[in-house]
Design a protein around this ligand. Sequence first.
Ligand code: FAD
Length: 340
Amino acid sequence: MTFDAVIIGGSYAGLSAALQLARARRNVLVIDGGSRRNRFAKASHGFLAQDGRAPGAIAATARTQLMAYPTVTWIDAYAAASRLIGSDFSVETDNGESHAAKRLILATGVADHLPDIPGLAERWGHSVFHCPYCHGYELGAGPVGVLASSALSMHHALMLPDWGPTTLFVNEAFAPDATQLDQLRRREVTLEYEPITKISGKADIELKDGRVIALNGLFTLTRTDMASPLAEQLGCTFEQGPLGPFIQTNMVKETTVPGVFACGDAARAAGSVALAVGDGALAGASAHQSLIFATCEASGYRHADKLFSPVSFITCVQFKSKFGRHARESGHPVFQSGRK
Ligand SMILES: Cc1cc2nc3c(=O)[nH]c(=O)nc-3n(C[C@H](O)[C@H](O)[C@H](O)COP(=O)(O)OP(=O)(O)OC[C@H]3O[C@@H](n4cnc5c(N)ncnc54)[C@H](O)[C@@H]3O)c2cc1C
């Protein structure tokens, strides 16, 4: 069977994309490796109507609701390889299965590379975080720290005072210049130059000179990479964000490879659950409409350049009527089947 769409990654972005296609009664396969980026955190914050809920519970509810649609198939596996064969895509999983699809949606997320400091990885998602909007409020306006990884950490350091008295641990990552020092002073950020040797307790920062600074929480920017090599395999173009590469998409979430869509953290410079869900909804609707309007594209109409439903539909119809007589007379495929 050839699926209308195979969605790789069944977390927030992939679930949201699949829901749009399922509601359009399309045959969808979701392949998911089950390693959500926020699996280390006990609670997820900032996503409307789900604030404070366990990250896994949000995904589990979404999956249950999705699987109520009869055209959805789910496989717990990793997609190991994907390629274009003729006009369809083939996806091979790590358990040896092969699946065909007219459209691909990559919702594969990113992998975080944490600073190499003893005690940090164990506290990731508990008292060490990257996003103050996600976990800053719960620290109760107590003392917080920023562990610098580069000059980009200035951004974190200047934001964090809204969540609590802030110490910037420079940790030999960069040397703040006079302007930066002035900015930090204005935001009442304490500067600590002594290198960190270890993190212990809840978020106790142990320094090389023996001092220990007790915090309610520590924030640090991670370096991110694609969680999956599939986009690269398929030949998608990447953009370079401040933290790592992400898949380039147009305004309807189609990548530079026609028929391949991407959404969520994998396709934006920085993400969240809410943004992944929004992206996924757009990618799902766009992939669906690209199945319908493919024949318009074949005749020169670029679906991806237009806003999706209902505008794209109207534009497509206008295109057909404007060029209708010529196309009809020449037997152009735009007047044949509406489906690919
Ligand atoms: C510690 C921590 C806490 C966070 N807390 C919050 C918070 O409170 N609120 C918030 O809004 N955001 C939070 N985030 C950010 C949030 O986790 C991400 O923005 C969100 O998970 C992105 O969703 P996604 O669907 O794009 O990717 P992910 O949730 O990362 O899911 C990607 C999915 O794709 C699967 N996958 C990858 N490659 C393959 C493959 N080849 N084959 C099959 N499956 C594959 C993975 O297994 C995974 O299930 C947090 C992040 C971290 C690191």
